[in-house]
Design a protein around this ligand. Structure first.
Ligand SMILES: [Zn+2]
Length: 77
């Protein structure tokens, strides 16, 4: 049986559809100013994971796409 996961964004409370690494999810804190609850974190070796509902996953995809573009651009320069 799959454990019921709740979105890690503070104040959200919807059911989660995705699990992503906190390293990747950090963009939500940095760009969108959201607070994330991190699971299974054992610093410094394991950054942990966060769970996202469909809404926040979409937002994350959008933000991380922009982030990647910026990174690619700065690498080319
Ligand atoms: Zn959410």
């Amino acid at each position: 049986m799959v454990e019921e996961k709740i979105c890690s964004v503070e104040g959200c409370g919807r059911g989660a559809v995705r699990e992503i690494s906190y390293l990747d999810a950090k963009v939500l804190e940095e760009k969108a100013g959201l607070k994330l609850k991190v699971y299974h974190a054992h610093p410094p070796r394991r950054p942990g994971v966060v769970y996202l509902c469909e809404e926040h996953y979409k937002l994350w995809k959008k933000l991380s796409r922009e982030e990647r573009k910026i990174r690619e651009l700065s690498m080319k320069g």
